[in-house]
Design a protein around this ligand. Structure first.
Ligand code: ATP
Ligand code: MG
Length: 390
């Protein structure tokens, strides 16, 4: 018997005239995500996307890949039988045997109007059958088990075990962004939230190698590779930051260094974002989590650039960010020790209410354009793909 995965999306998010485009993108992403797992075909149904599974399918792998695909709200394993209700009855008698539920409903959908029975007929006939089989009662508004029966032409799909996924929007339906990826806990989570809303996000990591060792670069690479599970293709830009830091250190007071570092990061990232087709920057900042992330400092950082700077974690508590980091699998990499460029030469108590006027005065002493241009010219680019060809 053929089995399928039936994928449902949040219809509200996919309403209107963009829906066909969104669903095509979702199907394309599911094809990519399930490469090499035993999915033989991905096709579009009425309000669902279906994946046909081969005999030797690696089901746990399919489940993992589908549940990590944005735009999937929930999914089901489905059985495909010839278009006759007797086949559905015999399937249900086997599948429902070991289940306990007090209430259920049948939700039939007749996409193929040549089928001689209406959806209502199917609901009534199969409802009576399941009642007699299990002793459970029909409850249309809040059933323990919902049994879907979709008549789709030459066959019927039957499914009921609901599995939840992240929802969100199919990757690729929103414009591209560039995330400043530090190697810490927060920024990979920020990048993930952008992908969840459909935005492919390039990653840029600033490092002070060879002033420090290459551990932060290795972490950024590891994180970029891991995040590719959610966006399939990732570009990681490794940007040298040692020169910028050296210049800042010799001419500015300690307390302003972090704000100045961030403003240079914004300028460099913005230039590279333009070159890579991204139209906004993303950081992992959350309001007042540390002293460099006060409202005043955030404003002073924004003022250095022209692109929108998105901060998907602005209202998150640290423990909430950690929960997501664990769930998406970045936490263990993020907590590995590293020599981060920003811990270099910064005081224990940086300025809390950074003043833009002071910032401008300090930057007037620095060759800003020159430093930005040379960092931009000296970046190295790494690309990661998922799934990796076997
Ligand atoms: P994270 O956990 O993401 O490192 P954090 O709480 O340590 O964040 P900061 O170190 O103040 O906060 O960094 C704030 C944001 O600035 C980061 O989330 C990241 O987006 C960006 N950032 C900091 N350092 C770097 C870096 N070396 N390369 C790229 N982006 C960085
Ligand atoms: Mg950090």
């Amino acid at each position: 018997m053929d089995t399928h995965v039936i994928v449902r999306f949040h219809e509200a998010a996919l309403k209107g005239k963009n829906r066909p485009m969104f669903i095509r993108q979702l199907a394309q992403n599911l094809r990519r995500a399930t490469m090499g797992t035993g999915v033989t075909r991905v096709w579009l149904g009425h309000l669902f996307v279906a994946l046909r599974l081969s005999e030797g399918v690696d089901w746990p792998l399919v489940r993992e890949r589908v549940s990590q695909c944005f735009g999937v709200a929930k999914y089901y394993r489905a059985w495909q039988v010839p278009p006759d209700l007797d086949n559905v009855r015999s399937l249900l008698s086997g599948q429902l045997e070991h289940r306990t539920f007090d209430t259920f409903r049948i939700t039939a959908n007749r996409a193929d109007k040549r089928f001689p029975k209406t959806s209502l007929d199917i609901n009534i006939e199969l409802g009576a059958y399941v009642e007699a089989l299990t002793g459970a009662a029909v409850n249309l508004s809040n059933p323990d088990l919902e049994i879907f029966v979709d008549v789709i032409g030459k066959s019927i799909l039957v499914y009921f075990d609901e599995m939840k996924a992240y929802g969100g929007l199919p990757l690729g339906v929103s414009g591209q962004t560039m995330t400043l990826l530090s190697g810490g806990i927060d920024s990979p989570v920020a990048a993930w939230h952008m992908m969840k809303r459909g935005s492919p996000t390039h990653l840029i990591h600033f490092h002070s190698y060879p002033l420090v060792d290459s551990s932060s670069i290795e972490k950024a690479e590891e994180l970029a590779m891991h995040l590719s599970r959610y966006q399939y293709d990732s570009t990681l830009i490794l940007a040298p930051f040692a020169e910028v830091q050296k210049r800042i250190i010799v001419s500015t007071p300690k307390s302003y260094r972090v704000v100045l570092y961030r403003r240079f990061m914004v300028r460099i990232a913005e230039e590279l974002a333009r070159r890579h087709g991204a139209i906004a920057l993303v950081t992992g900042e959350s309001l007042a989590q540390v002293s460099s992330q006060t409202m005043e400092n955030i404003a002073a950082i924004d003022e250095a650039g022209q692109m929108p700077i998105l901060r998907p974690l602005i209202g998150f508590n640290k423990n909430e960010i950690i929960d997501v980091a664990r769930d998406i699998g970045t936490f263990d990499v993020s907590i590995l020790p590293d020599q981060d460029c920003c811990s270099l030469f910064v005081p224990a108590h940086p300025v809390i209410h950074g003043d833009v006027k002071v910032v401008h005065r300090l930057e007037a002493e620095l060759p800003v354009r020159e430093l930005v241009n040379s960092a931009v010219e000296e970046v190295k680019i790494r690309r990661f793909s998922f799934p990796t060809p076997s």
